[in-house]
Design a protein around this ligand. Structure first.
Ligand code: UDP
Length: 243
């Protein structure tokens, strides 16, 4: 059982990149089904008002701190998380470990052309990686049965779902146990970054917790979501001083 902190009513586990990978490896070895949520400030804020997302977070085997906002919140609450474990970094670390361990990956999500390039880039950067199947993320409820059958037939160990939060996390909560995969991870915009369709913020911006500013500059349509950040910090301060 990995220790956790309560942030706005949802759990986040005390994990480093290494302990997250070890926990995922253990699930695969022991053939245990485990959903992983890479939680950022928006997800934790939204979970207060979204019962589906709230349940996904509470039933998840692992919840990592995807953004610096979550790490900052843990400091405000006096129980600092060891580090940020962002979805895109987790995918790269798992790909590297997966080559050695022989893990089988299935990629679900993003636009077809983006997904194709993301698969090619993973195969290029991690020679020997087993990507046993992929499907884009624009499908209807009626397609779920066929998609799940396709995933089951390719027998993946790890199912990476990149359909944005909270959609990907609620989808995994509903369907991971029907997919045949052991570990299902919601990874947001990871395939766009891998494909080069979206640039990642420079390292210094990531370190100073300014990745949101860079994303806003790249995708101004996200401004509504960015407004959740100050509300998140305010709500965390309220949680801290209410105690
Ligand atoms: N996406 C998808 N299906 C949808 C909506 C979105 O596959 O119905 C993909 C989209 O193409 C992009 C990713 O989900 O690749 C969303 O990335 P975003 O950066 O918005 O993720 P978030 O910030 O929500 O984690």
């Amino acid at each position: 059982m990995i220790e956790q902190i309560d942030i706005l009513g949802s759990p986040v586990n005390f994990l480093t990149m290494e302990t997250a990978i070890q926990a995922i490896a253990r699930c695969i070895e022991e053939k245990k089904v485990c959903q992983v949520v890479t939680a950022n400030a928006e997800i934790l804020y939204m979970a207060q008002h979204d019962p589906g997302l709230f349940l996904a977070l509470h039933d998840a085997g692992l919840v990592t701190a995807d953004g610096m906002g979550v790490v900052l919140a843990s400091r405000i609450l006096g129980q600092p998380l060891p580090e940020r474990v962002a979805g895109v970094d987790l995918v790269c670390a798992l790909a590297e470990r997966g080559v050695r361990a022989g893990w089988r990956f299935y990629l679900l999500g993003a636009k077809p052309e983006v997904l194709k390039v993301a698969v090619e880039r993973l195969e290029l950067h991690y020679p020997g990686i087993q990507i046993v199947g992929s499907h884009h993320g624009y499908f209807s409820q009626a397609d779920n049965v066929a998609i799940l059958e396709g995933i089951r037939n390719s027998q993946p160990d790890i199912l990476l779902v990149a359909m944005g939060a909270p959609k990907q996390d609620i989808w995994l909560h509903d369907y991971l146990d029907k997919s045949g995969a052991y570990v299902g991870i919601g990874v947001g915009g990871t395939f766009d970054i891998l494909a080069g369709a979206v640039q990642r913020a420079p390292l210094w911006m990531q370190r100073f917790g300014l990745e949101w500013l860079f994303r806003l500059w790249q995708e101004p349509r996200r401004w509504r979501r960015v407004l959740l950040l100050p509300r998140f910090i305010w709500a965390v301060l309220w949680q801290r001083f209410r105690r």
